[in-house]
Design a protein around this ligand. Structure first.
Ligand SMILES: Nc1ncnc2c1ncn2[C@@H]1O[C@H](COP(=O)(O)OP(=O)(O)OP(=O)(O)O)[C@@H](O)[C@H]1O
Length: 322
């Protein structure tokens, strides 16, 4: 559905050059739900805008839904939907009329546009709001309208740029319900960016992480977490000397530099805590070290980013990294 090779985009602003995307290779199969993650300025929107034919690449190639983004942008646009960060409906007309107009823009006949507007209103649970003007909708309702607008021409592939940003947790969950339904009931391929790591972790079957314009990780969240980050084990002892001894033993279980003691607390990172912890505790006991408490934690996607870059995604966001 998406095949990109060596996709780059350079911006020139006065005398400054920004290499926003520096060689992206990606293949997405039909029906996949891909979450595209990265800190502010990593190149997510620029990649999306190239894949949707809104922005020509500086170099590289991409075919999307079977059409080349440079030589056949009309073909791409006819087959995909794009829900950008900004609201797509205007303010002047009722929700239903906005959808009909959108359908007409995609070449549907007046009756087909009306029929399809009715269908997408149902699909996004917007029927009770059909007569309202978009400006009167709540943030979550407005975002559902954006998605409805992006679906008016029955695209096989939908790009969503931060569909849940700025919404309250309940509205975010509701948007996700609709996104997941699109996939399971309609087989729509979904490619979306998000800043919410937990959403990508639990909802997407594939996570692609971009940093400084390059893809640095690509796989299922589970796979990335176990391959790149690993589980955390934390134990406490009754005194710091015992903790130091426990940290030495921990080195035999953890990767290089992934075990250490601080006061009476010992932390280590292992591929699988469920199997490593009992063994670790047995080794401690054999060495005469008594653990007072023991805890395990699964890694997050932020741990994956930290393992890959030495920075947390949240730190990078805060710094407005580019
Ligand atoms: N039109 C433009 N002109 C100049 N620089 C641009 C332009 N668009 C994007 N950039 C720069 O390209 C880099 C990548 O921006 P992009 O919007 O793709 O990042 P992003 O990962 O989507 O960030 P965010 O999460 O903040 O939306 C940034 O340094 C940005 O300032």
């Amino acid at each position: 559905m998406i095949h990109a090779r060596g996709l780059t985009r350079r911006f020139k602003v006065k005398r400054e050059t920004v290499d926003a995307v520096r060689g992206v290779d990606i293949d997405v199969e039909a029906g996949q739900l891909v979450a595209f993650l990265g800190p502010n300025g990593a190149g997510k929107s620029t990649t999306l805008r190239m894949l949707t034919s809104l922005l020509p690449p500086t170099s590289g190639t991409a075919t999307v839904a079977g059409c080349d983004v440079v030589s056949d942008p009309a073909g791409v646009r006819a087959r995909i939907g794009y829900v950008g960060q900004k609201n797509s409906a205007g303010e002047a007309f009722r929700v239903y009329d906005e959808l009909v107009t959108q359908g007409r823009c995609y070449g549907l006949t007046p009756s087909a546009a009306r029929r399809r507007a009715g269908e997408v209103l149902t699909l996004l649970d917007l029927e009770p709001l059909a007569k309202r003007k978009p400006g009167t909708l709540s943030g979550g309702q407005r975002r559902r309208l954006d998605i409805a607008m992006g679906l008016i021409h029955r695209p096989e592939l939908l790009f969503l740029d931060e569909p849940t940003t700025g919404l309250d947790p309940q509205s975010r969950a509701n948007i996700w319900e609709h996104i997941l339904r699109l996939r399971t009931e309609h087989g729509t391929t979904l490619f979306l960016t998000t800043h919410y790591l937990e959403e990508a972790d639990t909802m997407a079957e594939r996570v692609v992480i971009i940093d400084h314009g390059l893809i640095i990780a690509d796989g299922t969240a589970e796979r990335l977490k176990s391959d790149l980050a690993g589980d955390r084990i934390t134990i406490t002892t009754h005194d710091p000397r015992q903790a130091a001894r426990a940290a030495e033993i921990a080195e035999g279980f953890a990767g290089p530099g992934e075990a250490g003691a601080e006061g009476t607390t010992v932390r280590l990172r292992v591929p699988r805590a469920d199997t490593a912890l009992p063994e670790f505790l047995r080794s401690l006991e054999a060495a005469g070290v008594k653990a007072a408490t023991a805890e395990t934690a699964r890694p997050t996607l932020d741990d994956v980013f930290l393992a890959l870059t030495g920075r947390t995604l949240r730190e990078s966001e805060g710094a407005g990294d580019s």
